[in-house]
Design a protein around this ligand. Structure first.
Ligand SMILES: NC(=O)c1ccc[n+]([C@@H]2O[C@H](COP(=O)([O-])OP(=O)(O)OC[C@H]3O[C@@H](n4cnc5c(N)ncnc54)[C@H](O)[C@@H]3O)[C@@H](O)[C@H]2O)c1
Length: 385
């Protein structure tokens, strides 16, 4: 089975590494020769690190490297089984690439996109055979992150979906099936983790450090929302929020925050620019800034309840199953537990009461309780037990 990956940047290089590690001859294509060279050098470093850690040996390193051919000629794609595109996030540029690829590959070749935010259905529309097209959304760093969201377009055939899914499963990934909706599962459900935390920061004056510490200590998350957005980069995180907000017809649940927009405008993009919510040129004053757990508990609860409500909305809209939503949030973004499992533990009536209290306080649709939560609470139901 031969694989082709288009775009040798962060994601494309990682995806090619996965395919090559699973013994697939892989063509890594880019229009930029320097990008191909950089990708090759980066892989050498990554594999050397894996050898140092005892995860692979010299012969495995050699075989992975030999499995990857670096190319800047699309004609090399003639006999590939699956093409995965990971180039810049631009609908027209991607559509043009798919049009060119389709004129070269075999009629049975599956063509996929790793887009984070574009409509898979719209991309499929650029093909003569849209039934062969699918979204395969890997997470960064692709070789390490277990989750891949499988997103059929409206036009995708069942055969394409099952063939693509079985290839990705064969690479040891955890796959979840998602309806083509903005943000898919993870980038939709995770929005309140960032935006509700920033809103609380704006409204209360609690510092990023205080909120991050509370959400880690009380909520059990590995990283707090402020350090995480600093790590992701505010340019990237803000654009995802804005894209999801616009794509959901300006639903107030996704309204982006001015604080984050101003960070982007100032060039305070987070770790990569030395400054974001935190200043990476100064030492963090960890101990001074920690607030009392009792004071912080309601704010942590508020973020968690908004996440649960968003997960419920994702189920309500038929975007994915409750099992896949919980799997996506635990495997894709390392949440301490699935949000439906969390809802069961809190109790659904309690979830509804918390949402209604927020709604009563703000009188904003941002805080409308998902009908599925209210209905299940009324019937004394839970998600899993
Ligand atoms: N970076 C992430 O965290 C992440 C996570 C999931 C999905 N994605 C998605 O993956 C895709 C790639 O993101 P990235 O972060 O790897 O980007 P990147 O900027 O690191 O790499 C993009 C590569 O595509 C190449 N390229 C641009 N136009 C091209 C063309 N017409 N033909 C061939 N190559 C072309 C560039 O030279 C570059 O090497 C995007 O659609 C993004 O939304 C990114």
């Amino acid at each position: 089975m031969k694989i082709a990956v288009i775009g040798s940047g962060t994601m494309g290089s990682g995806i090619a590494q996965i395919a090559a590690t699973h013994n697939c001859p892989t063509i890594l294509y880019d229009i930029n020769k320097d990008a191909l060279q950089k990708s090759k050098e980066k892989l050498e470093k990554i594999l050397n690190r894996l050898i140092e850690k005892g995860r692979i040996d010299e012969s495995q390193k050699k075989s992975i490297q030999q499995n990857i051919t670096y190319s800047y000629d699309l004609n090399d794609f003639k006999d590939v089984t699956l093409v995965i595109e990971a180039i810049i996030e631009n609908l027209d540029v991607k559509k043009k690439v798919f049009h060119d690829v389709e004129s070269i590959v075999d009629p049975n070749c599956i063509i996929a996109s790793n887009t984070s935010s574009l409509s898979i259905t719209s991309l499929a529309g650029s093909l003569r055979k849209p039934e062969r097209f699918i979204g395969l959304h890997f997470f960064n760093p692709a070789p390490l992150m277990k989750l891949v969201e499988i997103i059929p377009a409206l036009q995708t055939s069942e055969q394409t979906t099952s063939a693509a899914r079985s290839i990705i499963d064969g690479w040891g990934k955890t796959t979840v099936l998602v309806k083509d909706t903005p943000g898919f599962i993870v980038n939709k459900v995770a929005r309140p983790f960032y935006s509700e935390a920033i809103k609380i920061h704006e409204e209360t004056g609690l510092s990023p450090m205080q909120l991050d510490t509370a959400i880690k200590n009380i909520g059990g998350f590995r990283m707090g929302p402020f350090e995480l957005t600093d790590y992701i980069g505010h340019d990237v995180n803000y654009i995802v929020t804005e894209t999801v907000w616009k794509a959901f017809y300006y639903d107030p649940r996704y309204t982006p925050s001015f604080s984050q927009k101003r960070l982007v405008e100032a060039g305070y993009l987070g770790r990569k620019s030395g400054k974001g919510f935190y200043n990476y040129n100064e030492e963090h004053k960890t101990t001074e800034d920690v607030a009392d757990a009792k004071v912080m508990q309601p704010y942590v609860d508020r973020i968690i309840i908004m996440l649960i409500n968003e997960a419920a909305d994702t189920l309500f809209k038929g975007i994915a199953t409750k099992e896949d939503i919980d799997l996506a949030m635990t495997k894709g973004v390392n949440y301490p537990k699935g949000l439906f499992q969390w809802a069961d533990e809190i109790g659904l009536q309690n979830c509804v009461d918390q949402m209604d209290a927020l709604y009563n306080e703000y009188h904003s649709d941002r805080y409308r309780c998902c009908p599925i939560l209210r209905k299940m609470a009324n019937q004394n139901q839970s998600f899993f037990t």
